[in-house]
Design a protein around this ligand. Structure first.
Ligand SMILES: [Zn+2]
Length: 146
């Protein structure tokens, strides 16, 4: 994706949860461009063996759902409903602007709603669960398409 930022200008990689499609490139990017990776301790434990070696200085573990700073930006991790160890969404606040993201959420829980409130930009991604689709009350033609 072309966003006008060079890989060596990226200041941080933030992990929401340890699922494959969310961590695959993290280790590679971190090693190649010396970028710190941020995740809570449960997520670090769950993904550690999958992302390869990461420099000690680039391992950034934050306390679950405790805000922290990256440069001038306050990062506010919040709990999301998803089947991973300690999945989280993030809000990013700087001055009076706020951006929130929540990925793979099955529904908007109270925590999600409370945290994305008053955001200037919200990015939400809902997940697609094959097992739920198979056993759920969906019409056959829809089940056939997964
Ligand atoms: Zn996931």
């Amino acid at each position: 994706m072309e966003i006008g930022v060079k890989p060596n200008e990226i200041k941080a990689i933030l992990i929401t949860h340890e699922h494959d499609d969310h961590i695959k490139a993290a280790g590679i990017l971190s090693r190649r461009f010396n970028i710190p990776i941020y995740a809570n301790s449960d997520t670090w434990s769950a993904m550690e063996s999958q992302i390869g070696e990461v420099k000690e200085e680039n391992i950034k573990v934050f306390s679950n759902y405790e805000p922290f700073e990256i440069g001038d930006i306050t990062v506010i991790p919040f709990k999301i409903p998803h089947d991973a160890s300690s999945p989280c969404g993030y809000s990013f606040a700087e001055k009076n602007k706020k951006i929130s993201i929540a990925t793979d959420i099955g529904h908007a829980s109270k925590e999600v709603k409370d945290n994305i409130k008053d955001s200037d930009l919200i990015l939400l991604e809902s997940n697609h669960d094959v097992e739920m689709l198979k056993v759920g009350p969906y019409p056959y033609y829809l089940k056939e398409e997964y």
